[in-house]
Design a protein around this ligand. Structure first.
Ligand code: PLP
Length: 398
């Protein structure tokens, strides 16, 4: 019998449209450097370094002890968690949603962001994505076979979208989704309710679904209170909002979030999700519901005071490390312009020579060229050490 040499089937063409995830590349290089003995301080990831509220951890432990909680759950998640999300929106934003038909739990909001694109975009359709964005908006559109229309954000107007320019875009009629995110990753820019009202009017006029990605709503400084897009009168007609417990309660590793939208959108998303995942582990929903129902505002305020002090330390250090920063009142990031404009060279040299990892602005879109993003999600003494290293390194760089 003739011998056959196995050839691995060729991967799908969609992979060719998808560049490797930026953090995957950073992680690989950091792993190499660490294996060679380097002590890298990571100011790149937007991952909270502090733990969730203690009662939430205890609830997870108690709930996991229940022998009946280890089977498959409902595709729509635990009703008590959906209700906790709806109650939080009512309390915090004065927004009323039906927990059974207008809330869908997610395995982290990233999952829902990508699956929403699969639910709405066909080949030839497009998603409007801010030029400076969390990469999942783009990746979801590309996975769905759709295209991306980049939307300019105006730094002179606190990184608000330039809707005038968008109106003139030749492909606007192909668009179905319009993504926004305030408090913003990567710039830290915040917005007020008027901006959401303007966006909703635009989306109504052009038959677009406004996708408001709002994971940093409670990561705010200087007394700022972030709104929800759903606060605009009648918003639910054309708006989807994603919320997440990752940054809200320092639960990034738990992978828990939710989508709030009108029934038809929830059903479309559920059709994709129920064929991909089978919901979350019940103890995670129970602990998540407790976090939403019982965490006092003082816990959030104390956590934010720590982030704010770190933000201030980074802002104060920026001039001494060749950066000029944009002052932020929200998110986990400081966004800063590099003195000579080459963000990639700056970030590479900081990693290789100062052993401090930052992210290059270009990772977030063409408008990020010349900027770096610095995360406040690192413990105080490590942050001080990172600043000192960057100052020593920058004094001798070039
Ligand atoms: C703007 C934005 N949206 C969504 C996410 C995803 O969050 P989650 O942990 O809920 O998947 C992140 C995570 O960093 C983010 O920065």
């Amino acid at each position: 019998m003739a011998t056959h040499t196995f050839s691995l089937p060729k991967t799908a063409a969609r992979l060719e449209r998808m560049p490797p995830y930026g953090f995957e590349l950073i992680n690989r290089r950091i792993a190499q450097l660490s294996a060679a003995g380097a002590d890298i301080i990571r100011l790149d990831m937007g991952s909270p370094d502090m733990p969730p509220p203690q009662p939430v951890i205890e609830m997870l432990q108690r709930s996991a002890e229940n022998p009946n909680y280890h089977n498959y759950g409902s595709y729509r998640g635990l009703p008590a968690f959906r209700k906790a999300v709806a109650d939080y929106y009512a309390r915090r934003f004065g927004v009323q949603v039906d927990p059974d038909t207008e809330v869908l739990p997610l395995i982290g909001s990233k999952e829902g962001i990508v699956n929403l694109a699969l639910a709405f975009l066909d080949r030839g359709d497009a998603a409007i994505v801010p030029d400076l964005n969390y990469p999942a908006y783009t990746m979801g559109a590309l996975m769905a076979g759709g295209d991306v229309i980049l939307m300019h954000l105006d730094p002179e107007r606190n990184y608000a979208p330039d809707l005038q320019a968008l109106r003139q875009h030749p492909d606007l009629r192909r668009a179905k989704l319009l993504w926004v995110n305030y408090p913003n990753n990567p710039t830290g820019a915040t917005c007020d309710l008027d901006l959401y009202a303007e966006l909703i009017a635009f989306c109504r006029e052009h038959d677009l679904l406004l996708c408001s990605d709002n994971p940093y709503a409670e990561v705010v400084y200087d007394g700022y209170r972030a709104p929800s897009a759903l606060q605009v009168e009648g918003a639910l007609t054309c708006t989807v909002e994603f919320m997440s417990l990752s940054k809200l309660y320092n639960m990034a590793g738990w992978r828990l979030g939710a989508c709030l939208a009108r029934r038809e959108v929830i059903e479309a998303l559920l059709t994709i999700k129920s064929n991909v995942d089978s919901g979350h582990f019940r103890p995670i929903y129970e602990a998540g519901a407790l976090a939403l129902n019982a965490t006092p505002q003082s816990w959030i305020d104390q956590r934010n005071a720590i982030y704010q002090a770190r933000r201030d330390a980074i802002l104060a250090a920026c001039p001494s490390i060749g950066l000029s920063a944009f002052k932020t009142s929200g998110s986990l990031y400081v966004w800063a312009r590099v003195a000579d404009g080459d963000d990639t060279a700056y970030v590479q040299a900081a990693l290789e020579q100062a052993q401090v990892s930052l992210t290059a602005g270009s990772m977030y879109g063409p408008a990020g060229k010349g900027y770096v993003r610095i995360s406040v999600g690192v413990e105080d003494s490590r942050l001080q050490e990172a600043i000192a290293r960057l100052q020593r390194w920058y004094a001798n760089w070039n």
